[in-house]
Structure formats: C-alpha cells, structure tokens
Design a binder for this molecule. Sequence first.
Ligand code: FES
Ligand code: FES
Length: 174
Amino acid sequence: MKHYKKDELAPISLTLNGVARSAYASPRTLLSDFLRHDLGVTGTHVGCEHGVCGACTVQVNGVATRSCLLLAVQAQGCTVNTVEGLAADSDGGLSDLQAAFQRHHALQCGYCTAGILMSCDHYLREVPQPTELEVKEMLSGHLCRCTGYRNIIDAVLEVANARQKSKGMVEKNA
Ligand code: FES
Ligand code: FES
C-alpha cells in the first residue's frame, strides 16, 4: 500500500453512476466528502458522520455502504452509485422505487431519503420478496426524523410486490 506524505494528495479514479471520474484528495478525505466536494455530486447527504444515521449511504460495487465510514482512497477503482444514478432512464425519470416513495409520501424534509433509497435498492436486489418485519429490520439502519417510517415501509413493500407480479407475468409469457 502506498504511503502518502503529510499534505500529499492522492489520485482517485472511480466509476460514478456509470461515468469514469477522477480527482485528487487528501488520503484522510471521507468518500462522502469526496463525492460532494470534489466530484460535485451532492445528492448524498451527511448527517452524523460516524456511521449511525445512514444519510450518507451509497453503493460501492453494488453494496449499500456508509460513505462517511469509507475513505475516498479506499474507493479507488470501485464502482460507486449514488441517488443521482437511481433514475430509471437517461432523461432522469424516477425509478419505480423513487416513484413509490413519491406516491406514498415516504419523505418529508428528504434529508434521509437518498440514503434510504440506496439501501432499499440494494436490499430489494438481495431480498426481492421481503416481509414487513424484514423491511423494518433493514430500515433500522436509517434514522428518519419526519415520517415515522410507515409510508417508507409501504412504498418498499409495494415495489417488491409489483416487481414480483411483473416477473411472474414475464415468466408466464416466455
Ligand atoms: S453521515 Fe454517515 S451514517 Fe450518518
Ligand atoms: S424525511 Fe426528514 S429525516 Fe426523513
């Protein structure tokens, strides 16, 4: 592993939402700060900065990850997805998950929302048909001061059911 001198900047290259990006940052820079301040991608929010609130959650190599607990240099060469990459198409249309959040009023101030969406997106790939209890357990890694979580749970379950239904229809018509 390369050792950096004090004040030396590290070159960091990664794939961000499908686009190759690179910049220099201090080896002590958190991934959350690198994304926001150096790459100008501000959809990822920062709350507690010590791994508790979940607001800063992004996906690193497809896995939901607290970006305040990872150094930017640790993301060198990785694929990083943020809420900006969640849109369904290149026109920026909402994904099914985002649309369900909107329909169910699953956000109020929205501070927690980017992180929750990134966790839910990863979770539904891993657990396509979760129970309500499982969704609650997954959401226990996120703090939301506004919604009381009920509407978030409803949105996630609705998307899981809709995806299962459309998968069933595709299999039936195959
Ligand atoms: S800002 Fe990263 S978990 Fe709170
Ligand atoms: S919507 Fe305000 S903190 Fe969750």
